[in-house]
Unconditional design. Structure first.
Length: 169
């Protein structure tokens, strides 16, 4: 039996039906092999980040307990995005920080630091992004965040204005 690790996933969407995308993605995460959802945050409406000429986002976070290795988990996240209709590199959503039908980010994987082609954990911008830290702090404030203490510690250093809880998926 593989060793189980807690992994933190950030979810975001601002195209189509974002709340439905969040609900379906959370369900799909719970169906991954060797994986169960330990906690899911509320949904949050957040201002667009990076590119401001797009609709507000709906964001959330999930903590998984998984036997999947980080690269395998990432492949499953990308498959969930594709199943939701995301086409990386072929649509407006491929713009850096552009609009997304669904975006799933592997934010933290246990207390590991990973720097591989296509996979960096902790997520390289997590410490700057209230839209990811606020939902994550709701469900995992004491989780270790390598280089930043805990999730709650990192949250104290970002501006959370404009991040608004809107309910459950």
């Amino acid at each position: 039996m593989p060793e189980l690790t807690n992994a933190c996933i950030g979810l975001g969407a601002n195209l189509g039906q974002p709340q439905d995308a969040m609900r379906l993605a959370m369900q799909a995460l719970g169906e991954l092999p060797g994986t169960r959802v330990l906690a899911a945050s509320r949904l949050y409406r957040t201002p667009a980040w990076g590119r401001l000429d797009q609709p507000d986002y709906i964001n959330a976070a999930v903590v998984l307990q998984t036997g999947l290795e980080p690269q395998a988990l990432l492949e499953h996240l990308l498959a969930i995005e594709r199943n939701a209709g995301r086409k990386r590199g072929t649509e407006i959503a491929s713009m850096r920080w552009g609009p997304r039908v669904l975006d799933l980010d592997l934010l933290l994987y246990g207390d590991r630091t990973i720097n591989e082609v296509g996979l960096r954990v902790p997520h390289p911008y997590l410490h700057e992004r209230a839209f990811a830290l606020v939902p994550l702090a709701e469900i995992a404030p004491d989780t270790s965040f390598p280089g930043h203490g805990s999730v709650a510690d990192a949250l104290r250093h970002v501006d959370v204005s404009g991040v608004e809880a809107i309910g459950r998926a």
